[in-house]
Design a protein around this ligand. Structure first.
Ligand SMILES: [Zn+2]
Length: 120
């Protein structure tokens, strides 16, 4: 949990903030059941960012599953997911433009170029 007086990370279940000495019992009772609940296991994880980057479908599923319970972890997945999708789009554009290039290259066959030049 986070002390709402000094903003430092405090051990879950502590009665007083070790940094500023604020009474955390009041804060905890105030937060319980409300939207202020933060899952102690919720952390940003670069591993999940990488996973989502290489496997966007899995990243999307993890993001949806964790969105409510682990918002930070879900955001890690989302970051990887977005980066992965952008890379796929860039890759797709490269392959597509590469293909259309080779298509136009094929249309002008070497034989027709040679016959044009030599006049055969
Ligand atoms: Zn404090």
């Amino acid at each position: 949990m986070i002390c709402n007086k000094c903003g430092r990370q405090v051990i879950e279940g502590a009665n007083f903030c070790p940094v500023c000495g604020a009474d955390l019992r009041y804060q905890r009772n105030n937060n319980s059941g409300s939207s202020g609940y933060i899952n102690p296991n919720d952390e940003t994880n670069f591993g999940y960012t990488l996973l989502s980057f290489f496997m966007p479908y899995i990243g999307l599923v993890l993001y949806i599953v964790w969105l409510k319970e682990f918002p930070k972890r879900a955001k890690s997945c989302l970051n990887g997911l977005i980066a992965g999708i952008i890379c796929i789009i860039i890759l797709f554009c490269c392959v597509y433009s590469g293909r259309s290039h080779s298509n136009s290259w094929h249309r002008i066959s070497p034989e027709s170029v040679i016959s044009e030049k030599t006049g055969v």
